[in-house]
Every structure is written in C-alpha cells, then in structure tokens.
Design a protein around this ligand. Structure first.
Ligand SMILES: NC(=O)c1ccc[n+]([C@@H]2O[C@H](COP(=O)([O-])OP(=O)(O)OC[C@H]3O[C@@H](n4cnc5c(N)ncnc54)[C@H](O)[C@@H]3O)[C@@H](O)[C@H]2O)c1
Ligand SMILES: O=C(O)C[C@H](O)C(=O)O
Length: 328
C-alpha cells in the first residue's frame, strides 16, 4: 500500500538554493523513493518573486514526478506552514563578496521571528525544521525561541555543508574515498570559527589523524580551507554556494528522517548542556539519527586545542545570540 503524502514547506523557493533543492525533494531523494510529498512553497509577496515561483512550479509539473502529490505557492508563512511535517527555511539574503555571514543578522534575523511564530501556530506538532538561511545557527535559534509551543529539539541549523566539505578535504589529503570516512565531527557555528575535528575519524577502521599525521596541515590548511570555503565560492562564482548547499540540506533531512545506521553526521541543534555548551545554544555537534530522532555522540575527549576552538565558536554564537535579543 502506498504511503500517505507528507507536507514539505520550503521558503525562498524561487531562489538559487530552492532551484537546486525542490526537484530532488520531489524525486524522493530526501524522504525516500516510496514517500509521496506535497510541496508548500513560500516566496515574498512581490510580483517578480511570485512569477519566478510560478515558473519553478511549471517545471516541477513538467517533470511528472510520481511522488509529487501536490504543489502549493504561498506568500504568507501562516498558510505555507499549515500542517507541515518538514520545513526548510532557506529564504533570506545571501552574503556578497567581502561580507561575513554574521553581518546578515540585521537583514535576515526578523524573517525568522515571523516564521518561527507561524510554525508555532500552524505547523504539525512534530515538524522537523532545518534553517539554511544565514547566519543559520542564530536564525534557527530565533525561530526556535519564537515557537514556544513546539519542542525546541525540532529546530536545527545546517552544519552539514561544513561536514561534507571537511570529508571532501580529508578524502583528497588521504587519497581515500569520501564514503569510507566515519566519525567526523564539526563543532559550533556555521562560520569560519567552526571546528572541523577529525581526531576520531576513521577510514577502513584506521585512524585518519594517524594517517595524515600533520598537525600543521590541520591547523594551517584544513581548518581555514573548510571554514572559508563559502567565501572562496562567492569569490569564484560571484554567488554563494547553491547546489552543494541544497545537497547538504537533503543529506541533513534524509538522515534525520530515515536514520544514519550508526554513522556520525553533523547537525546544528539546541544544546542541552552537552560538552559544556549552555542550554539552547544552536551548536554543531556530532550526532547519530534513528527513528526520526538525533542523538549527540557523547563522551568524546576534548583536548586543549579542541577546547580552545570550541570556546571561540561558542563565544561567537553567544555574541550573535546577545545581538538578537530584541527579535525574540
Ligand atoms: N547554512 C548553509 O550552509 C548555507 C549555504 C549556502 C547558502 N546559505 C544561505 O541560504 C540563503 C539563501 O541563499 P540563496 O543562494 O538561495 O539566495 P537567493 O537570493 O538566490 O534566494 C533567496 C530567496 O529567498 C526569498 N526570500 C527572501 N526573504 C524571504 C522570506 N521572508 N520568505 C520567503 N522567501 C524569502 C527571496 O525572494 C529569494 O528568492 C542565504 O541566506 C545564504 O547565505 C546557507
Ligand atoms: O558562505 C556563505 O555565505 C554561503 C554559505 O553559508 C556557504 O557556506 O557556502
């Protein structure tokens, strides 16, 4: 018997990430090849954006995806999020060359107050929310704080792009396949302060740290390359990453919904005090997922260098949180 369709809301649906994301959701890459979906697409109430959204919808229709059970266009989050089971909050301004993601808070922060409130009012009580719009961690924090009737654990931020970037750099350095890498972690903020940590990582059961055996490469090449990859892409393309961001969003939601079979992935999630991070800070942690729930990998040893890196990214997040008090 075929499954009942689930509702997937996507904001910023006519933007560049939206264009790389929607067709993959509709084809079953996110929630499984047996899971029908209804897309509830939100764009700003602006003629140009709504027209662009109409064009995207025409293309979705023309794909004749067997799993696409319905498509809706919206200009109000209160209708777009009605009964939604999944919400991918992408819609917001991307940064341009020379900007830091945190500079977007003043421009984008308020979007997430309104959307958090709308989710609180009309979404499924089990909605799984992923914030992609930058600065993703603090926007997710704003949305979570604006939705007091929904469980805080339903709100997450996208660190998966950093995780995938780190895996790709390690694969290139070791000459091994990306699929063989296990137990990689990215701690903290989706910003250059994030701490990509391969101390526990293995390839074919062997330690990646021992395989690389080059602490200078870790500190002077690996960490800055992963941390500044978004800026490097903006410098090269003149636009921020889109296909890789959409891919990371698919990975994040798929793993959360369908499980990771014990494999570690990175998600930005509200802290419950794990690893000394204050409660509610939206922090990148290594997690495993099972039965639609994520679970932090606990008990990892944090050495002095890691502690220093975690403190730096935490301090940045606390500063961002402090700066958005007025939005909550
Ligand atoms: N977390 C990550 O890893 C990551 C990676 C890449 C990009 N991003 C961020 O994702 C966001 C979107 O990037 P993009 O390249 O798709 O941008 P884009 O400008 O191409 O598209 C954004 C779309 O969002 C729409 N929008 C703006 N405000 C909205 C609102 N309140 N409600 C609904 N829609 C709204 C715009 O009309 C536009 O169509 C940016 O903030 C970018 O920095 C995050
Ligand atoms: O860097 C950006 O501004 C876009 C995105 O967050 C990225 O990491 O590519």
């Amino acid at each position: 018997m075929s499954k009942k369709p689930v509702r997937v809301a996507v904001t910023g649906a006519a933007g560049q990430i939206g264009y790389a994301l929607l067709f993959r959701i509709a084809s079953g890459e996110m929630l499984g090849k047996d899971q029908p979906v209804i897309l509830q697409l939100l764009e700003i109430p602006d003629e140009k954006a709504q027209n662009a959204l109409k064009g995207v919808i025409m293309e979705l229709e023309d794909c004749a995806f067997p799993l696409l059970a319905g498509i809706e266009a919206h200009s109000d989050p209160k209708t777009a999020f009605k009964d939604t089971d999944y919400a991918l909050l992408v819609g917001s301004r991307p940064r341009g060359p020379g900007m830091e993601r945190s500079e977007l808070l003043a421009i984008n922060g308020a979007i997430f107050t309104a959307q958090g409130k709308a989710l609180n009012e009309v979404a499924s009580r089990n909605v799984k929310v992923l914030v992609v719009g930058n600065p993703a961690n603090t926007n997710a924090y704003i949305a979570m704080k604006s939705a007091p009737d929904l469980p805080a654990k339903n709100f997450t931020a996208m660190l998966r792009l950093d995780h995938n970037r780190a895996a790709s750099q390690i694969a290139a350095k070791t000459g091994k396949a990306v699929a063989e890498i296990e137990k990689l972690a990215v701690w903290g903020n989706h910003s250059p302060t994030m701490y990509a940590d391969y101390r526990f990582a293995t390839i074919g059961g062997e330690s990646v740290k021992a395989m690389i055996n080059d602490e200078t490469w870790n500190r002077e090449t690996f960490l800055p390359t992963v941390g500044k990859r978004g800026a490097a892409i903006i410098a090269a393309r003149g636009l921020s990453s889109a296909a890789s961001a959409a891919n990371a969003a698919i990975d994040h939601m798929r793993d959360w919904a369908l499980g990771t079979n014990g494999k570690w992935v990175t998600m930005g999630i509200p802290s419950n005090g794990e690893y000394g991070i204050p409660k509610e800070v939206m922090f990148g942690y290594p997690v495993t997922c099972e039965n639609g729930e994520y679970k932090i990998v606990e008990g990892l040893e944090i050495d002095a260098f890691s502690q220093e890196c975690i403190k730096k990214t935490l301090d940045e997040l606390l500063g961002e949180q402090d700066g958005v008090k007025h939005l909550i």
